[in-house]
Design a protein. Structure first.
Length: 100
C-alpha cells in the first residue's frame, strides 16, 4: 500500500449528508466507496435523519469521495453535503459503520 519512508499528506473531512439517506443503504455505500479509495474513518446515522461521515486520506482522494457522497446510493436522494476540512482528529485503522 504505502512504501516505508514515503511522506503522505493526510487530511480529514467531516461531512453531514441530508436528504433521503437513512434506510436506503447509504452507510453501506459510504463504507464501500471509502474502502475502495483506501480511506479510513466512519459513517453513522444521526437522530435528525441525516448521515455523518468522518474520513481521512489524501486530499485528491477525499475530493473524489465527496463527489460520490453527493451521488449517494441507488435508493438514496442526496439534497446536500456539508463538508468541513480539518487536521486529522485521531487515528483509524479502517472505515467502519457506527451503530448508535
Amino acid at each position: 500500500m504505502y512504501s516505508k519512508g514515503t511522506i503522505y499528506m493526510f487530511e480529514e473531512i467531516h461531512c453531514r449528508i441530508e436528504g433521503r439517506v437513512q434506510m436506503v443503504m447509504f452507510r453501506d455505500f459510504a463504507q464501500r466507496k471509502a474502502r475502495g479509495f483506501d480511506l479510513v474513518g466512519w459513517v453513522k446515522n444521526l437522530p435528525d435523519g441525516s448521515v455523518e461521515v468522518v474520513a481521512q486520506g489524501e486530499p485528491d482522494t477525499l475530493r473524489r469521495y465527496i463527489e460520490l457522497l453527493h451521488e449517494g446510493s441507488i435508493l438514496s436522494r442526496v439534497d446536500s453535503v456539508a463538508v468541513d476540512w480539518r487536521a486529522p482528529s485521531g487515528h483509524f485503522d479502517d472505515f467502519t459503520i457506527v451503530y448508535v
